[in-house]
Design a protein around this ligand. Structure first.
Ligand SMILES: [Zn+2]
Length: 235
């Protein structure tokens, strides 16, 4: 822990890689846990696919609005602490689509899989508010089908996002993986762009799929970030 706090203090460019374990503390369920987003759904990956959106927009809409949208959720201490560090000297690449990092004021966020609240009509391309989408998935103006700008199964990550993310990893002199088992591709592959000498720490409750050189703090992210906050305050 002390080693990590010292590394954060010393670093000039920190890049964070985060996942669902950061937002569970804001009441947003993890994708794959027993009580998570996918629990009880027969084929969640299909429900969240490009094909389902195209072929069965109603089923897609019901799944995402019931299981993924938590508009009352607010950023927690982890989002806030990461935001403070990013605004000072870092970048965040997050897999989360809940928008909580931006809500926490983070000005250097790459939303790798997009943002649920970034909604648009597929017919005319116009941006649509969440309030309108919550009423109906048809665009009021032209009846077009509204979708969130997130990456669905069967869709690929925009090359601009891939490039920016790879750059953030290459530029970092400290990498911090938080709240992700690091098993989703291509997100987990990003780490290959790091400089050989860049230290990597991971904070996660479970062990993660990452190279042996990663120093894992196997604990709850909220507990660890409370320690980090205290440690940084006393410098
Ligand atoms: Zn439209």
């Amino acid at each position: 822990m002390n080693e990590l706090i010292a590394a954060i203090k010393q670093a000039q460019r920190i890049t964070f890689l985060t996942g669902a374990g950061v937002s569970t503390h804001s009441g947003i369920p993890d994708y794959r846990s027993k009580t998570g987003l996918y629990a009880g759904a027969a084929n969640p990956e299909y429900l969240l696919s490009h094909e389902n959106l195209t072929q069965h927009p109603q089923a897609f809409y019901e799944f995402v609005t019931k299981r993924m949208y938590f508009p009352a959720a607010r950023p927690n201490l982890i989002h806030q602490e990461i935001a403070a560090l990013c605004n000072e000297k870092g970048t965040l690449v997050t897999q989360n689509v809940d928008g909580l990092d931006k809500q926490a004021g983070n000005q250097h966020v790459i939303e790798f899989h997009g943002n649920l609240y970034d909604l648009y009509c597929q017919k005319c391309g116009q941006a649509v508010s969440y309030e309108d989408f919550a009423q109906d998935y048809h665009h009021q103006i032209d009846g077009g089908i509204i979708r969130p700008h997130i990456v669905l199964y069967g869709e690929s990550i925009a090359s601009e996002i891939l490039m920016k993310s790879a750059q953030a990893i290459a530029n970092a002199d400290l990498l911090l993986i938080v709240g992700t088992s690091f098993r989703v591709y291509p997100f987990a592959q990003l780490i290959q762009y790091r400089q050989a000498e860049t230290p990597i720490y991971a904070i996660n409750r479970e062990s993660i799929a990452a190279p042996a050189s990663v120093r894992l703090i196997q604990d709850d992210a909220l507990t660890v970030f409370e320690e980090i906050r205290k440690g940084l305050e006393t410098c």
